[in-house]
Design a protein around this ligand. Structure first.
Ligand SMILES: [Zn+2]
Ligand SMILES: [Zn+2]
Length: 280
């Protein structure tokens, strides 16, 4: 069965998206999905050097999002009964934030929480200067080490997003021979085992296709390894920031996952997992 839920997407409540939530919902319905989950950025204490004039850069306002999602649920409920609009947040992990994430998760009626590592050494690897003066190996290793240690502080999370996210931003990616798993097998194993033992999910993020990686994040080698280690729980999301990227490459990724032995994917409602078949 086709993947019917896109469980990672942004709207204009995120600093890096202009897409009204209503436009995203309209497009997802048009694409034949049965539901989506908005996961706008909650990168509390995002490094101020990048947006000096915007102290709330990459920190969405849950009150506004909740209000808009409630309104859209009313509008869509009237139009087409069972399309589900999930209220999620993408928590940008940092060592000191777990307590504040806990408060947010207690306060808002969230469907799902995504845990993401967006920074390395307190900086955003999206910016090429972060890569200067260090080897790729050093920076990527630090990224995974920080991800693992931050994840261990987190009590409120349902899925670990785009595990090898940092490879999207390797400046000379084309000339850099690189396999996400083979480059750091011990560290990646530790992260995967931590996800499995926590009973949480690993996200399969299809935005890699939009960035020209030709593969999801994490890379197929990591998804294969997760399965080998006994990992089965996955969530699937496009990380769309614009309507045209909703459900990007979902059919391709479904085939890939089936070929690796995955049988189900998970969506969340009220933070409770619901498993859905990939094959039928
Ligand atoms: Zn992210
Ligand atoms: Zn995202």
């Amino acid at each position: 069965m086709a993947i019917q839920y896109d469980y990672h997407m942004h709207s204009s409540f995120s600093t890096d998206s202009d897409a009204p939530a209503q436009t995203m919902v309209g497009k997802a319905m048009e694409a034949g999905l049965k539901g989506i989950c908005f996961t706008d950025h909650m990168d509390l204490d995002y490094p101020p050097l990048y947006f000096p004039d915007d102290p709330s850069a990459f920190t969405a306002d849950p009150e506004l999002i909740h209000h808009e999602i409630s309104r859209l649920r009313d509008v869509c409920g009237a139009a087409s009964g069972d399309f589900h609009i999930g209220f999620g947040l993408e928590f940008g992990m940092q060592p000191h934030l777990a307590g504040r994430f806990e408060e947010l998760a207690a306060r808002w009626p969230l469907d799902m929480v995504i845990a993401s590592q967006h920074l390395v050494g307190g900086l955003d690897p999206y910016y090429p200067e972060v890569w200067e003066g260090k080897t790729h190996e050093e920076l990527i290793r630090s990224y995974y080490e920080e991800m693992l240690s931050n994840l261990k502080t987190m009590t409120q999370w349902d899925t670990l997003a785009h595990l090898d996210y940092i490879i999207r931003y390797i400046p000379d990616r084309e000339s850099f021979l690189f396999d996400s798993y083979e480059a750091f097998p011990d560290l990646i194993d530790e992260i995967l085992l931590y996800v499995i033992r926590s009973g949480k999910c690993l996200e399969v993020n299809t935005a890699g296709y939009k960035y020209g990686l030709g593969q999801p994040n994490p890379a197929p080698s990591i998804l294969r390894r997760y399965r080998q280690l006994g990992g089965m729980n996955i969530t699937i999301g496009s990380d769309a920031h614009a309507p045209q990227h909703i459900a990007i490459a979902f059919d391709t990724v479904r085939e890939l996952l089936l070929s690796m032995g995955y049988e189900r994917y998970t969506v969340f409602r009220n933070r409770e997992p619901i498993e859905l078949p990939l094959a039928e």
